[in-house]
Design a binder for this molecule. Sequence first.
Ligand code: DQA
Length: 146
Amino acid sequence: MKILVLNGPNLNLLGEREPTVYGDNSLQSINERLSAKAEKMGFQLDFFQTNSEGGIIDKLHEARRDCAGVILNAGAYTHYSYAIRDAIAAIKIPVIEVHLSNVDNREEFRKNSVIAPVCRGSISGFGEYSYALALDALSYISGDEK
Ligand code: DQA
């Protein structure tokens, strides 16, 4: 079972970007730990990071052909991209929204997610563990507790 882990704008700078908010770990090290967990669960992960809105949309379209689900951190696009929202609504596979930080206890604009209503669920505030929880959630909803 293949899962796409899709990270949006500025997440390539994890580790150096606002470490008090997003932690000290690089995206690569987060992905490596997630990969090790996925392997034990019998999942194969496909990782992709892009700073562009169109890149996220193209990857969501691609994923609908060969992935069982998507773990998506859309970064700031979360709060205003109707195009990403429409792309999620257009595909049938489950998309889990994730955030490292707790978007509900930060600035006002972060409290609104335009993608949440079309995602299968949202996980926010657990640092890199948000991705691990999303993987558990996908495993749970697939009924495949390998
Ligand atoms: C984020 C939260 C967003 O509000 C922000 O724009 C990000 C990262 C998070 O993972 O906490 O880029 O998605």
